[in-house]
Design a protein around this ligand. Structure first.
Ligand code: MG
Ligand code: MG
Ligand code: MG
Length: 305
């Protein structure tokens, strides 16, 4: 019997690579583990796995009766439907502590750093296990993605240290160049439907008695969305009512200008406005220096709701 390791719904590169890297470490430590994923790979993650010849984890959405480790989340809203029937052996994460509980003691590595893979790198060091070259390469990419090439306010010294050490193992000299290459892939929006774009990096949160969904798209040039905002807002409205959400927010983050255009559809716009101390115009507002959903959006919404 194998233990499954997986990240959050609508997986990002950290969730996918975290499942792969933690599985590798656990297997080396004699625990039979298999990386899985709860959803489709996004274009950035596909590019990373392709570039470094790393197979994708299998899709698996049901875990009743299974032993599992969770990476990159601890919120029920981002878990498989039957998570309460799974046996959670451990959590490795870098988000706020969520609402998942366990009936037995568990292994917990939860730290306020920029990326789960930074913590997993520290676990490799702790156990004195070598990281193979290809694995170091994909872990490096996951950290560059989550920290937006060190620009995100979530980035810590531990993340930059992990990147530098992984770059040596991976034989990557210009890791910032690699990061930019990756974000150019991530910026591609042509051919995608509005729904695909909104859901590309989307998370639901239970706040008080309401459900709020927050999506984020990180691009190198915000002008790609110039003719798209009305359509995005219209589909956000549909998504809001389909999922019985109180609000749907979409952060269009310009990683060069280091700020985000926030799009909002809500049952109560004034609550969102007071959360961020701003006024919406045409259901949107520019927030300079806001790049992190985890650190600059969610805590303020939680205070409001
Ligand atoms: Mg993530
Ligand atoms: Mg992460
Ligand atoms: Mg992210």
């Amino acid at each position: 019997m194998s233990t499954y390791i997986f990240g959050h719904t609508t997986p990002d590169s950290d969730s996918i690579v975290g499942a792969i890297s933690l599985s590798y470490l656990k297997n080396r430590l004699g625990e039979k583990c298999t990386p899985t994923r709860q959803g489709e790979l996004n274009p950035e993650t596909s590019w990373i796995l392709n570039k470094f010849n790393t197979p994708s984890p299998e899709l698996k959405t049901s875990y009743a009766g299974e032993d599992v480790y969770l990476v990159d989340f601890s919120d029920l809203a981002q878990a498989p439907q039957d998570i309460k029937e799974a046996n959670i052996l451990g959590i490795v994460d870098h988000h706020k502590l969520g609402d998942i509980t366990t009936s037995a003691p568990l292994e917990c590595w939860i730290r306020p750093v920029g990326c789960t893979n930074t913590i997993i790198k520290q676990m490799f060091d702790y156990h004195n296990i070598e990281i193979p070259k290809e694995l170091a390469s994909v872990m490096l990419c996951a950290i560059l993605s989550d920290t937006v090439i060190f620009k995100s306010p979530t980035c810590t010294k531990e993340d930059t240290k992990a990147v530098k050490e992984l770059a040596v193992i991976a034989g990557v000299e210009d890791f910032k160049g690699l990061g930019m290459e990756m974000f150019i892939v991530k910026s591609a929006v042509v051919g995608a439907t509005m729904r695909e774009l909104i859901l590309r990096d989307f998370k639901d949160f239970n706040m008080g008695s309401v459900k709020i969904g927050v999506g984020q798209l990180e691009v190198v040039d915000l002008s790609v969305f110039d003719d798209m905002k009305a359509e995005l807002l219209a589909d956000m409205k549909t998504l809001k009512s389909e999922g019985e959400r109180h609000s749907v927010l979409l952060l269009l983050t310009d990683i060069m200008k280091e700020g985000s255009q926030l799009l909002v559809v809500s049952d109560d716009e004034s609550k969102i406005e007071s959360a961020f101390n701003m006024k919406l115009e045409d259901a949107q507002v520019w927030l300079q220096d806001v790049m992190s959903r985890k650190k600059q959006i969610i805590p303020f919404l939680e205070k409001q709701f």
